[in-house]
Design a protein around this ligand. Structure first.
Ligand code: NAD
Length: 349
């Protein structure tokens, strides 16, 4: 059984971007504005052809609609995908031209950084539009590095998933973390503070060594981390960490991490369920970053960010309870909850 319910709706609007002089070639896709302006980062990546960039933009914009809805943000979903020019290029000119394109959408799309873009690029965008976040944080207001918020959200989601599956808190529980970069390391520190035991793996041995010194974590090679004896597996590196073989080898009965698109294929959600593993859907657990980025755009305070991030735990518990009582994989329930939150009747209520 492949219990996939997401409907893959095309975007409601998209704009092709082309400015040869500035090196701009890409697309802005607006998947949904049901809950508010379509928000989602701007990716700069190498694509073979414009169609590949367009497919990625549509897919990523849809993902943002679900993520933003599940985080209860007053935002729809969108994404910008820019094709990285070959060779040297004028980065400032490219992002200024992109800023002009965002401005033309008159607030229907809000951008921020994503893979391949950073704060300096968003500052260039901001010269031409105010519909941009991910800029330098202003005192007293939300903004800045989203990673600590992502780590906190995953930590809260994990607490809820462990309570659901094992009926316990995190103290004494062993968590295996794959990828201890910005989010994985932050998560490790929070878990250490809560009395959890850690096993960590990363392709960068220095990152593991630093964390081991700080938290007493045991270091493993990346090949064996998923199968290590632990109650929780936390994928915090790249996407696609969970495939048939990994799920077969998993010892942990809870999977909860920060990485986007953790399931290598939709049917993996069924495999996890069949093996009695509680899977915390990635886009629900890792919403802390977008919550922080959204708060910057909406002019909210840090305490409002904290409130929204802390709500991830109870939301995850409700989701896992519903999945168990309906006999469905959690990602299917997550998509249904998000679709409900995008319905005009729900938004109006
Ligand atoms: P990062 O680049 O800081 O860290 C990623 C870490 O994974 C690095 O230490 C890298 O060496 C390691 N790594 C790469 N390949 C690996 C492999 N095969 N096995 C083990 N480790 C490997 O990135 P990050 O900001 O910590 O993000 C981690 C994940 O969380 C990404 O998938 C990202 O898309 C997702 N995410 C991040 C945020 C955020 O706020 N940063 C928000 C939502 C989702």
């Amino acid at each position: 059984m492949v219990a996939q319910t997401r409907r893959m709706m095309p975007p409601i609007e998209y704009v092709r971007l082309s400015d040869e002089a500035a090196g701009l070639d890409g697309i802005i896709a607006i998947h949904s504005t049901a809950r508010g302006p379509a928000a989602g980062g701007c990716r700069l990546w190498t694509y073979d052809d414009p169609e590949a960039a367009m497919r990625d933009a549509f897919r990523l914009a849809e993902g943002m609609s679900y993520k933003n809805a599940m985080a209860h943000l007053p935002l729809g979903g969108g994404k910008a995908v820019l094709r990285r020019p070959a060779g040297d290029f004028d980065r400032r000119a490219l992002f200024e031209a992109f800023g002009e394109a965002v401005e033309k959408l008159d607030g229907r799309y809000v951008t921020a950084e994503d893979v391949g873009t950073g704060v300096a690029d968003m500052e260039c965008v901001a010269r031409h539009t105010r519909h941009v976040a991910g800029r330098t944080a202003l005192p007293g207001l939300a903004g800045g590095d989203p990673s600590p918020w992502t780590a906190l959200g995953v930590f809260e989601a994990m607490k809820a998933a462990v309570e659901f599956r094992y009926g316990s808190g995190l103290a004494g529980v062993t968590v295996a973390i794959s990828g201890v970069g910005n989010v994985g390391a932050g998560l490790a520190r929070l878990l250490h503070g809560a009395g959890a035991k850690l096993v960590v793996a990363d392709i960068d041995p220095l990152r593991c060594a630093r964390l081991a010194e700080e938290t007493g974590a045991r270091i493993m090679g990346i090949a064996g981390i998923a199968a290590v004896e632990a109650e929780v597996f936390a994928p915090c590196a790249l996407g696609g960490a969970l495939d048939d073989a990994t799920v077969e080898a998993l010892h942990a009965k809870v999977v909860c991490g920060a990485a986007n698109n953790q399931l290598a294929a939709p049917h993996v959600a069924d495999l996890l369920m069949e093996r009695g593993i509680a899977y915390a859907p990635d886009y629900v657990a890792n919403a802390g970053g977008i919550i922080n980025v959204a708060a910057e755009y909406l002019g909210e305070s840090e305490s409002e960010v904290r409130g929204r991030v802390m709500a991830i735990g109870p939301r995850m518990r409700e989701l896992l309870d519903t999945a168990a009582s309906d006999g469905l994989p959690p990602p299917v329930v997550a998509d249904r909850m998000a679709e409900e939150l995008m319905r005009p009747e729900t938004v109006a209520a």
